[in-house]
Design a protein around this ligand. Sequence first.
Ligand code: PEP
Length: 250
Amino acid sequence: MRMIVAGNWKMNKDRDEATALIAALKELTLPQGVEVIVAPAFPFLAIAVDQLAGSSILVAAQDCHEKSHGAYTGAVSVPMLRSIGVKACIVGHSERRQYFGETDKVVGLKIGALLEHGLIPIYCCGESQEERVSGKHFEVVTNQVKVALGALSSEQLSRVVIAYEPVWAIGTGLTATSAQAQEMHAHIRGLLSAHGADLASRVPILYGGSCKPDNAAELFANRDVNGGLIGGASLDAAQFGELIRLAGRA
Ligand code: PEP
């Protein structure tokens, strides 16, 4: 199974900063078997694609609209992303759920649109602190995965990347323990096995939530952890480069 290290820049970096970070990432030697993805903000996607020409680093968007065109002021469609060379898109991030009211139903439509146009959906799921404390985390994630991915065919599912991101660990400095991550990743893989064990074993499941160079080796060593979706640490080339190196050793 390939490892994936994806950087979610969120609403950070202006043009000069984005260009400088991409230039630094382009200098990295990528280990064999590690796929690297960066997700800058919308205004810099085309610049990132151009700058990364000739590199194997892929460019992802942080969101998309489920419709292909029309009167949806402020929205960006999947065909638009595709037309500038964007290859993947994060959907269902907990910040989109919390601040923009995104639901798994809508996320499912976005995933359908991405697959239709040949982009890789990076589908984020994960429970809140309250849900974890009250022991509902498996139930919550099961429901998220069923609603967002339940209608996909096996062929479609084989083109999806999942990111398990416990909300209580995002940007907080709290990380799921290696055992908590493995347990939930194995659970998610179990849900996918309705499509057969072979397919389930091939869907990459990334961990996200305060993943940093000092905890990544332990997280990445888990059997069902196939890399990381990285927020804060992706904004620094040295830290992101170290995470890529650690993924190559896992
Ligand atoms: C994220 O937003 O996807 C994320 C994992 O953020 P951080 O690494 O900063 O916790």
